[in-house]
Write a protein that binds this ligand. Sequence first.
Ligand SMILES: Cc1cc2nc3c(=O)[nH]c(=O)nc-3n(C[C@H](O)[C@H](O)[C@H](O)COP(=O)(O)OP(=O)(O)OC[C@H]3O[C@@H](n4cnc5c(N)ncnc54)[C@H](O)[C@@H]3O)c2cc1C
Length: 278
Amino acid sequence: MKPAPFAYRRPGTLDDAVAALAGEPDAKVLAGGQSLVPLLSMRLAAPSMLVDINGVPGLDSVEVDDDGVRVGALARHAAVLASDDVRRVQPLVPLALAHVAHATIRNRGTTVGSLVHADAAAEMPVVLRLLGGSLDVVGPAGRRTIPADELYVGPLESSVRRDEIAVSAFFPALRDGAGVAFEEIARRNGDYALVGAAALVDGDSVTVGYLSVADVPTVVDLTGVPDDDLGDAALAQLDPADDIHASAAYRAQLVRVLTARVVRSARVSRQARQPEGS
Ligand SMILES: Cc1cc2nc3c(=O)[nH]c(=O)nc-3n(C[C@H](O)[C@H](O)[C@H](O)COP(=O)(O)OP(=O)(O)OC[C@H]3O[C@@H](n4cnc5c(N)ncnc54)[C@H](O)[C@@H]3O)c2cc1C
């Protein structure tokens, strides 16, 4: 199939992009196109206009300091994954990005686009939620920061308004002595996960985020749960569903197995980060 007809704008400034979006109620932002273009081709989306932000300068940066990682709207998954500074400051970002699609898609798709697209089967939304990150957006009313726990409101639905452009995402740094890990099971390397889990172990606190288990990326608190009970404690807070890819029972079993595995790996990574002699 071919997309339904649409107008195309490629503004050269962020202000012009915001104005183009505001002036056309059915317009959509085009970033890497790796999710939107297939949706257009299958006619699951039919926007009247695409506002291509690839001509806006300054949106492709990946900035890293001691506080964390700020990823610009046009930074491709591949660029974020390749950054040694990102790996040092927040290793969960590359651990998860390595599971996002295939190299060709990571070369074009953007990490911010994935966060806005809000697919509960995607890796990066759950990472942003688990780490307590945020998304910066700009619209006709100005700029605002959306905390990750206010970002995901339903299936493929974020709280980014129709007339807003996400300009960057912030992933907080991993604190000294904390550990992270990421695990997923997919049919083939590069496929969306049947279930995925990201863990953050920080002091006594143990939190795990799940993809492909609920309609939205979901984080559960497993602090104080004995190791043998981690999977069942997670399942008590989740309600895996059937779909064409996996049964609810199979997903529940993956939650049990992956939860124990990912928490164990996060603890190991924490030990590996301890300064010598401590
Ligand atoms: C075969 C295949 C396999 C894939 N597998 C995975 C996978 O395993 N895991 C995974 O996470 N992803 C996967 N993806 C999706 C990929 O990661 C996309 O890159 C990502 O979901 C969207 O990023 P994009 O830049 O391509 O966004 P686009 O496709 O350009 O846009 C997606 C949506 O977000 C909106 N949007 C994008 N950027 C902005 C912005 N800055 N401001 C406001 N709105 C914006 C668009 O309007 C659109 O609604 C796969 C894609 C394909 C084609």
